[in-house]
Design a protein around this ligand. Structure first.
Ligand code: CJB
Length: 836
């Protein structure tokens, strides 16, 4: 269908045809324009902070032009969109990413050079957008990146936390949390949209429609406004620009002038404070649920604003609500946005006046749900009284969803009371609890895990009954992936240039299958040397980073052995540091001559512990205590160094990951749903030392078992070991016992403070099976050393690994979701395909 162009269309067409200016004169003008007009500075008074801001705003202008085109185009094409709902987006920095996507890095480097700055220093001025805890939030960021780069019409939806993930300082070896005031300086990467604001209600009471049992009016005086901020997501190699829409609570209308006039200044602003708190801070919990009322309100504010926005956009098409699933797919990133399901039902029933059955049909065809963990402590449950008080309408809807679901099950499996109790969305505890994973499952047409083993495990455990009731086909696997843009091209320029040489151009960045070509060069000695040199350069860069952040000098020629991730008992950083203690012991036993022949090793840790997670914080203290003693031991010198890099972040990861020789992914089998840093390390030529868990397994399948060091018990053995250890004392082997003894003999300061860590193994049932896996872990370490000593063999492993890793691009994951879950197609935006 074509329509007669209007004047406005013609204007837009001209605008859309205007290509992004690339000449340095224009770029320089735009930087100076922002410097002077946006920041009231002059070129002579420009510092690097303002050089960053002015450059970033000038890049943003170019992105926004494409952003407008993309969204206008998708609207015109009536493209089906996917909405990725996530309480977390761990974006990191955007400037360098945008420069690479727009292919303007060289031009900006030159422009900045002309006014006396190095691009690298300017890039370093940017603060991370750390709106997430760890893997789950970073996955969301990689997924919107892939949607943008693969031309899928998709948006992320999230919250604009005023304080992101806390900054971690290490004081006296302990973690100290400092608020992350990331919005203190101007943020070029967000675009406020005061016109996109929705009211979100809380509390109140319900008035039933006298003519319809399924319809209510929800009356409440507690209404907050959620306002949109759009974060552009640069597509690489395409004009498509994606979007993350983040909600922030607006407080202006909540100022109480009457109270102010009567002198009650606190009261006048009280409403504002209460509202603002909703989007103030990211809960710093990874893989745990602490059930706080404020978190529930956060989740609802997010879901309500998002659903209202999606419905409003759909209604602009003029199509009946029953067709919503043809234009919108909604993916729930874990259970955190599950209230979207009852919220959708509320809108369809109470506002759109649909029947229950029609509304339920639309809802279940629109939503799909990703589970990211089976750890019991992470399962979201909300007490019924709390939900009922805050969201009375939703509680009623959830009851009814549950009632109809249980009735249907009872019909198919008559008389199975135990089955009904097991699958009920309402847990019959005191108080009753709403099981969010079950609600998400019942309200979705597809449920997926994030790696093959994890998807199998959820079918055998939490969703076992649901598989029987709802059919195998509903439960699928979507193995995670990571963005090659950020996690190769951006963070590892030297290796990326090498790959580009082999492939012939840089198209592998959007089509990772092309890295397969590296295999052809595995015997090319010149190529192998350059491959090794690139890794050495990255190690040198990390050594400098370590020196600046910790003051510790490390030798870049040593083996870099890295474990960076959230600190959690199931990830077993404790097992790692205990093995370091044992290594230290062994080194101390050697004569200087023997010791001199030992492989030099730098053991690098980084990661944050949730503020309330005492055990995890003690592990950080132990690592730092060991580091202090080992690093100061002159006898040991460079043979062993231990480093805890503070304040792990996306940006820190971009320094650390390309520099690893070996990285550790050593969760107890069956506990790490997937892991994604394992993929990043291998994509950067590092080798994995890991358990048979999560995506490690599929990585091993892809790259070949010679390229990965596996150890430890298998997932199906875990239950038996745990059962045994509940009733029997664990039997630490000599190595583990030696590590305990050293701690208890106060080798690393007062051993008493670490006794609870030892007790968690010897008295607490050793839930994470450290005593079981320790012997094979030590053996695996020895195998790693032997392999690393053979440099040629090691280089071969490294090249072959990267060559065989294309499965782990998030582009592959997103394509699978698009085809099997969302039913959406790529829509390539070209300026001349505007169809005007
Ligand atoms: N994950 O980061 C989190 N937070 C949670 O609350 C639950 C799970 C992680 O999600 C990643 C992305 O799927 C997984 O790779 C990782 O194994 C899992 O722990």
């Amino acid at each position: 269908q074509t329509k007669t162009p209007t004047k406005v269309d013609n204007m837009f067409q001209n605008y859309s045809h205007s290509e992004i200016a690339r000449d340095t004169a224009t770029i320089k003008n735009s930087v100076i324009m922002h410097l002077t007009a946006t920041f009231l500075r002059t070129p002579t008074s420009m510092d690097s902070g303002h050089a960053y801001l002015a450059s970033a705003f000038s890049v943003r202008d170019r992105l926004l032009q494409r952003w407008n085109l993309t969204n206008e185009f998708h609207d015109r094409m009536k493209a089906k969109r996917v909405y990725y709902m996530s309480l977390e987006f761990l974006i990191g920095r955007t400037f360098d990413n945008a420069l690479l996507a727009l292919d303007l890095r060289k031009e900006y480097g030159q422009t900045l050079g002309e006014v006396g700055f190095r691009l690298e220093d300017i890039i370093d001025e940017e603060r991370d957008a750390a709106l997430g805890n760890g893997g789950l939030g970073r996955l969301a960021a990689c997924y919107v990146d892939s949607m943008a780069c693969s031309d899928y019409p998709g948006w992320g939806y999230g919250l604009r936390y005023k304080y992101g993930m806390f900054q971690q300082q290490i004081i006296n070896g302990y973690q100290v949390e400092v608020p992350d005031c990331w919005l203190d300086s101007p943020n070029p990467w967000e675009f406020p949209r005061p016109d996109v604001t929705y009211p979100v209600k809380f509390y109140g009471h319900l008035v039933r429609d006298p003519n319809n049992d399924d319809r209510y009016v929800w009356e409440s005086n507690v209404v907050y406004d959620a306002m949109a901020f759009d974060v552009p997501v640069p597509g690489y190699g395409t004009t498509n620009v994606g979007n993350i829409r983040l909600w922030s609570c607006k407080t202006n209308s909540l100022f109480d002038l009457n109270k102010f006039n009567s002198g009650d200044y606190g009261g006048a602003t009280g409403g504002q404070v209460a509202a603002q708190i909703l989007t103030d801070v990211l809960y710093p919990n990874d893989n745990t649920n602490d059930g706080k009322e404020l978190r529930l309100r956060q989740e609802y504010l997010f879901c309500s604003a998002t659903l209202q926005d999606i419905v409003a956009r759909f209604k602009k098409t003029g199509r009946p609500m029953s067709e919503l699933p043809e234009l919108a797919a909604i993916q729930l990133n874990d259970t955190h946005p599950t209230l979207g399901i009852p919220e959708m039902m509320r809108i369809l029933l109470d506002e759109e006046e649909m029947s229950w059955d029609d509304a339920w049909d639309v809802t279940t065809r629109t939503f799909a749900f990703t589970n990211h963990t089976i750890l019991p402590e992470a399962m979201e449950k909300w007490p019924v009284p709390m939900l009922d008080k805050i969201l009375p309408r939703h509680m009623g809807i959830i009851y009814k969803i549950n009632l109809y679901f249980l009735q249907a099950v009872e019909k198919r499996f008559p008389g199975d009371r135990d089955l009904l109790r097991r699958i009920s969305i309402i847990e019959e505890s005191n108080p009753q609890q709403v099981r969010m994973a079950f609600l998400a499952c019942v309200g979705s047409h597809k449920v997926n895990g994030v790696a093959a083993i994890h998807s199998d495990i959820i079918k055998q455990t939490i969703f076992k009954d649901f598989v029987r009731i709802q059919g195998e086909d509903k439960f699928i696997n979507k193995t995670n992936g990571v963005s090659p843009r950020r996690w190769m091209n951006e963070c590892n320029p030297d290796m990326s240039d090498l790959i580009t040489d082999v492939v012939g151009d840089r198209s592998w960045v959007n089509d990772l299958a092309k890295v397969k070509k590296l295999e052809e060069r595995v015997s090319d000695s010149d190529f192998r040397r350059r491959w090794w040199d690139a890794k050495q350069k990255n190690k040198q860069r990390l050594a400098e980073y370590i020196l600046t952040t910790t003051g510790i000098q490390v030798n870049p020629n040593a083996l870099f052995d890295v474990q960076v991730k959230r600190i959690h008992e199931y990830k077993r950083q404790l097992m790692n540091i205990l093995s370091v203690i044992y290594r230290y012991h062994c080194l101390k036993q050697m004569t200087p001559e023997v010791r001199a022949k030992e492989l030099h090793r730098v053991v690098i840790f980084a990661g944050k512990a949730a503020s309330g997670y005492w055990v995890a914080k003690q592990v950080i203290k132990l690592i730092n205590a060991v580091a202090e003693v080992v690093n100061a031991d002159e006898e040991i010198g460079d043979v062993l160094k231990v480093v805890f890099i503070p304040d792990y972040s996306v940006t820190a990861a971009e320094y650390i990951i390309p520099a690893s020789d070996i990285s550790q992914h050593i969760s107890t089998a069956g506990t790490e749903a997937s892991g994604t840093s394992n993929m990043k390390f291998v994509l950067n030529g590092g080798i994995i030392l890991g358990t048979v868990d999560g995506a490690n397994i599929e990585i091993g399948e892809e790259i070949g078992e010679e390229q990965i060091f596996f150890f430890g018990c298998l997932a199906h053995e875990v239950e038996d070991f745990r059962h045994y250890l509940r009733f029997n004392q664990p039997k630490p082997d000599d190595a583990l016992q030696t590590a305990f003894d050293m701690i208890q003999r106060n080798t690393f300061g007062d051993g008493a403070i670490f006794q609870p860590l030892i007790d968690s193994i010897v008295r607490g049932g050793d839930v994470y099976l450290l005593s079981v896996d320790f012997p094979s872990y030590i053996q695996a370490h020895n195998a790693v050393e032997d392999a690393y000593r053979n440099r040629e063999e090691w280089i071969t492993k490294s090249i072959l690994s990267v060559a065989r890793m294309s499965k782990f691009s998030s582009d592959r994951s997103i394509q699978e979701y698009a085809e099997e879950v969302w039913n959406i197609e790529p829509v390539r935006v070209t300026s001349c395909s505007m169809g005007i």
